[in-house]
Write a protein that binds this ligand. Structure first.
Ligand SMILES: Nc1ncnc2c1ncn2[C@@H]1O[C@H](COP(=O)(O)OP(=O)(O)OP(=O)(O)O)[C@@H](O)[C@H]1O
Ligand SMILES: [Mg+2]
Length: 319
């Protein structure tokens, strides 16, 4: 079977700014693929190329079997997209927007009615569903946008940061819907996110993108396994940085990250290291509030690959 999405050496430059370089992707049908990366990594550029909204400056890509550059019409018929920056017509109501989308894609009226009723409960707008979109909050628009992308049941769906700006309850509903579309209808989904937790929860496979390049790819489990070490986390009253050198000197400790009141030590055998870490903190005359051992998270993988942290809740901006 042809894969749902294939990219070969795909690149995009804007004047002298290289937004994307040498991207290779092969996403089989039925997969949820997460593209994870910080601001400016190239996520939206990738999605916009795959949705035929932006021409690549190098390489090629096929979506649902068609070339995005030479056969964009056939690609567009088979995809749905909820992009980061979309122009929603503010004069229409939410319900009218969905009805229009149904017409554009030749969805039969009876089918459209049923789907709109289903999506109505997902987007959960209550009586606002019949109010003008110009009165919606950012989160409400976002939910409507995603419902619009799904109405014609495309086999391939692109969601660019679908939950950025949503409150926790709406985010959970969106996750449920992504899973439902994938499991019940077999929709292939490429989603981008800055949230490691989201990538971990939704994606079968993940690509970590940084500065326009794919720096790692695998299942969340595989990626976490690439960081083999345990992490000893100590919370401290006072300036944890005072214990930094002492912790770094403990045999088996590979690296130490000290923040104001917390210090983390990476070690191949966390259980053996936890005692020496506690002692070193006491010796530095700092008060230990608690000490725990954790296994690596995607955040650690990301840190290792890019030297930077993605922080939950940062950069909460939409459109
Ligand atoms: N039209 C454009 N003209 C010039 N530079 C652009 C343009 N679009 C994107 N870029 C640059 O390309 C890089 C990648 O941008 P992109 O929007 O793909 O990032 P992103 O991963 O989606 O980031 P975010 O998380 O902020 O949405 C950035 O450095 C951006 O400034
Ligand atoms: Mg983006």
């Amino acid at each position: 079977m042809t894969p749902a999405i294939v990219a070969r050496d795909l690149g995009r430059a804007f004047k002298d700014k290289v937004a994307l370089e040498g991207l290779n992707l092969e996403i089989p049908r039925g997969e949820v693929y997460g593209l994870l990366g910080p601001n400016g990594a190239g996520k939206s550029t990738t999605v916009r190329i795959l949705c035929t909204l932006l021409m690549p400056t190098s390489g090629s890509a096929r979506v649902a079997g068609y070339d995005v550059a030479t056969d964009p019409t056939n690609v567009r018929l088979r995809i749905g997209a909820a992009l980061q920056a979309t122009a929603i017509d503010g004069l229409q109501t939410g319900r009218e927007m969905l009805a229009l989308q149904a017409k554009l894609y030749n969805v039969r009226p009876a089918v459209a009615k049923k789907r709109i009723a289903e999506l109505e409960s997902l987007i959960d707008l209550g009586s606002d569903f019949d109010k003008r979109v110009s009165t919606y909050s950012g989160g409400m628009k976002r939910r409507l946008d995603i419902a619009t992308a799904m109405l014609h049941r495309p086999p391939v769906l692109f969601l660019d940061e679908p939950t950025t700006g949503l409150d926790p309850r709406s985010r959970q509903q969106m996750w449920d819907e992504v899973r439902r579309l994938n499991q019940e209808l077999g929709v292939t989904i490429l989603l981008t996110t800055q949230y490691l937790e989201e990538a971990d929860a939704l994606a079968h496979r993940l690509g970590i993108i940084n500065e326009g390049r794919l720096v790692a790819e695998g299942t969340p489990h595989e990626l976490k396994r690439t960081v083999r070490d345990d992490i000893v986390v100590a919370n401290i009253k006072g300036d944890a940085r005072r214990a930094e050198a002492a912790l770094a000197a403990i045999p088996g400790v590979k690296s130490v990250t000290a923040l104001a009141e917390r210090i983390e030590a990476r070690a191949s055998d966390g259980a053996q290291t936890i005692g020496p870490v506690a002692m070193a903190i006491q010796k530095a005359e700092l008060e230990l509030t608690d000490i725990t051992l954790r296994t690596p998270t995607l955040d650690d993988v990301f840190m290792e690959l890019t030297g930077g942290h993605i922080t939950e809740g940062e950069n909460e901006s939409i459109r």
